[in-house]
Design a binder for this molecule. Structure first.
Ligand code: ZN
Length: 138
């Protein structure tokens, strides 16, 4: 069995953003040379997510509005998380949107369902963060 590991880096200039990382993940898969197996992609921070959904900008705005209703950023004084920190909402948004995805690798390709793409969800940006890509198979 072969195994491959790579870290992807993101430094999002805004507090929140959704980024389609499917091309980077596909590049990792090419580099790995693995044709049959599993690929894991996970955020390595507790204020960011990796998830799968549609690459449609309206939906991404809808997510942002929905997450702001669930866990508004302001006022930060409503949260008890590490008094003085301002990212309690980012921890909650990450919890809802998830930590990782696993995708089957079949015939050297990501075995997606219809319209599925992989996204990095940033909820407390403006600093360098990492995403882990791990691929196992043969
Ligand atoms: Zn925090």
């Amino acid at each position: 069995m072969k195994s491959y590991r790579k870290e992807l880096f993101f430094n999002v200039p805004t507090r929140r953003a959704f980024i389609n990382i499917t091309p980077q993940v596909e590049e990792c898969l090419r580099e790995s040379g693995i044709k049959e197996g599993l690929i894991l992609v996970n955020a390595m921070h507790i204020t960011a997510s990796v998830f799968i959904n549609d690459d449609e900008s309206g939906l991404h705005q809808d997510y942002d509005v929905w997450l702001e209703k669930l866990a508004p950023h302001e006022p930060v004084s409503q949260y008890r998380h590490n008094v003085g920190e301002d990212n309690a909402d980012a921890h909650m948004k990450r919890q809802v949107m998830g930590r990782e995805v696993v995708v089957a690798v079949t015939d050297g390709r990501l075995d997606f369902g219809t319209w599925e793409r992989i996204f990095y969800g940033e909820f407390d940006g403006r600093r360098k963060k990492r995403v882990l890509v791990k691929i196992i198979g043969e």
